[in-house]
Design a protein. Structure first.
Lengths: 115, 111
C-alpha cells in the first residue's frame, strides 16, 4: 500500500496560469481532505470530500479554487488564475471512514510556487 | 475564535533530558485533541490523541481543560525524536479529519 500519493511534488506557475494538484488516497479510503500550509504557518483546512460529493468547503477561498473527487480517479484541487499569495504547500489526507477513530493519512504534499 | 497555539517554534534539548512541547487551544466546546509528527523526509503522521490516553514512543499528553492545554511530554528525549510536532484540534463532533493545526514546534535533540 503506497499510501496517499500526491503529484506533482513541485509545481511552478506564472501569475494567471492554472494549477491542478492531484491526490490519490489510500486504496479503500473514501474520505479526502485538502490542507494548505503557508510559510511559517500551520496547516489550514480547505475542503473535505467524499466520492463525488463536497462535504465541507468552509476553508476554501470563495474564488478561483475548486475541488473534486470523482467516482473514478484522483481528487483534484484546481486553482485558476494563480497569484503569488497562492504559493504554499498543499497537503492531501485520506481516511477510511468518518469519525475520530480514523486517523488521517497524509501525502507528501505539493509545493506550489507562483512566479 | 477556535485556535491552537504552539508558542515555541524551536525546542532544543540534549539526549536524555525531559521534553515538553506546549500546546494551548481556544474552544468553548468539548475538544478532541491530537499530536501529529513529521520526521525528516517523511509524511505527517498521527502520534497520539487524547481520547486514547495512550503513550506512543514514550510520549504522553494530558488534556487540561482548566488551562486549555494539551502539552506533549517525554521524560527522556532520544535523538530519533527530532522532528516537527503539530498540535491539532477537532471541533466537529466525531469528525477527526477537519482539524485546526498549531504552527508547529521543531524539536531538536542533540547528542
Amino acid at each position: 500500500n503506497a499510501g496517499v500519493m500526491q503529484n506533482p511534488r513541485h509545481l511552478v506557475r506564472r501569475r494567471g496560469q492554472e494549477a491542478r494538484l492531484r491526490c490519490s488516497p489510500v486504496k479503500g479510503h473514501s474520505h479526502v481532505y485538502w490542507y494548505r500550509q503557508l510559510p511559517e504557518e500551520g496547516l489550514k483546512f480547505m475542503v473535505y470530500l467524499q466520492k463525488e460529493n463536497i462535504i465541507d468547503e468552509s476553508g476554501m477561498p470563495k474564488e478561483r479554487f475548486s475541488a473534486e473527487f470523482p467516482k473514478e480517479g484522483p481528487s483534484i484541487l484546481r486553482i485558476q488564475q494563480v497569484v503569488r499569495g497562492d504559493s504554499a504547500a498543499y497537503f492531501c489526507a485520506s481516511s477510511p471512514e468518518w469519525g475520530n477513530n480514523s486517523p488521517l493519512h497524509f501525502g507528501n504534499g505539493t509545493r506550489l510556487t507562483v512566479t | 475564535a477556535q485556535r491552537v497555539t504552539q508558542p515555541e517554534k524551536l525546542l532544543s534539548v540534549f539526549k536524555g533530558a525531559p521534553v515538553e512541547l506546549k500546546c494551548n487551544y481556544s474552544y468553548s466546546g468539548s475538544p478532541e485533541l491530537f499530536w501529529y509528527v513529521q520526521y525528516s523526509r517523511q509524511r505527517l503522521q498521527l502520534l497520539l490523541r487524547h481520547i486514547s490516553r495512550e503513550s506512543i514512543k514514550g510520549f504522553t499528553a494530558d488534556l487540561n481543560k482548566g488551562e486549555t492545554s494539551f502539552h506533549l511530554k517525554k521524560p527522556f528525549a532520544q535523538e530519533e525524536d527530532s522532528a516537527m510536532y503539530y498540535c491539532a484540534l477537532s471541533t466537529v463532533y466525531n469528525q477527526g479529519g477537519k482539524l485546526i493545526f498549531g504552527q508547529g514546534t521543531e524539536l531538536s535533540v542533540k547528542p
